[in-house]
Design a protein around this ligand. Sequence first.
Ligand code: ASP
Length: 404
Amino acid sequence: MKKHSLTLYIFIGIFLGVFAGWLFGESILPFAEPMAQLFLRLLRMAIMPLIITSILSGVLSVGTGKNLGTLGIRTAIYYIFTSLVAILTGQFLVNVFQPGKGADIGLTGDVSAISAANQSPMELIFRIIPENPFQSMANGDVLPVIFFFILFGFFITKLEDPLRSRFTDIVQASFEAMMKLTHVIIWLAPIGVMGINAKIVATTGFGAFYSLGKYFIVVLMGLFIHTLIVLPLVLKFVGKVKPFKHYRNMLPAYLTAFSTSSSMVALPLTMEYASEASGVSKKISNFFLPIGATINMDGTALYECVATIFIAQAYGVDLSVTQQFTVALTALLASIGAAGIPMAGLVMMSIILHAVGLPLEGVGIIMAVDRILDMFRTTTNVISDSSGVVVVAHLEGESLEPVR
Ligand code: ASP
């Protein structure tokens, strides 16, 4: 079977799932749950070994410290630039449309779990350094694991042969084996997304969309501007590729991100399609994509900014210029610190609210529509990751010949 047909099957899976969830309601859950779990558990099983082998093989093939340095700087510039543009777009829209003025601020959720994340932006940065890399691996804490393996890989490049080449061979072999495994799991995507979407439709209450409609639309508008205008411009003029052809090539990864609300769960697909369909070398994608899935979150950054200003408007608080600046800056940090898992962005909201002195209960206002917004912002995050890898590959002089 061709890969194009996989995209079609995923679309059919989403459609059937939504339809079944709508038609049968909660009685679909006994069928939907196992379908979703089979796919999600297999993907999650692959994530940590895939990240470790991919980062190591990325660092080992990039080679010298100088090359790693340029790749690192280009990657960082792309991440920060696109996230900042996303934040400014959101900030502009929320200030113009003022969705929070007169909004119904009845609290709709329990925010007690969220206050656990009440930490300072500085702590977010320190969390990158693992006190125990093995514990981070076991906890699925990706950022510290990446930090450790970049360092570990770098010092492997400092070894003499044959030690260095032996280690490199083992890493490459493990990575290739993980990709082959991923390849098989990906074929379960249509069944997985069918189960996940049936479950979402069967269990989500859509009533809150009326009271929060304006806020919801402002976030969506921002995400669409970012994915349909800003990123295509970057792809066209900096990456020198046809933006929508690239999007089409990457569709299975985007649809998985949309269905699962997790950049991390979509990562195996993003990696597969970035190299197979968009022709980015493994050298670049192995380095860029696992890091991107954890720290490059344009959709989340935009959402954090809009949501905070929306909450301020709903409470009737006028934010000063300095406070608006603080919102933008902490939104950037929060998007970097948010894990690539469902609702991580909502948890991070408490940090920004704290930073600008708004009540934490504000999170309760936006909770009701978060599940659906998460689907859109996660897709935006993954679109930015895949666009970034193409842009950086082009800047590193790659010719981007698709494998198929
Ligand atoms: N779910 C998002 C992601 O995985 C993070 C967020 O909640 O904003 O990319």
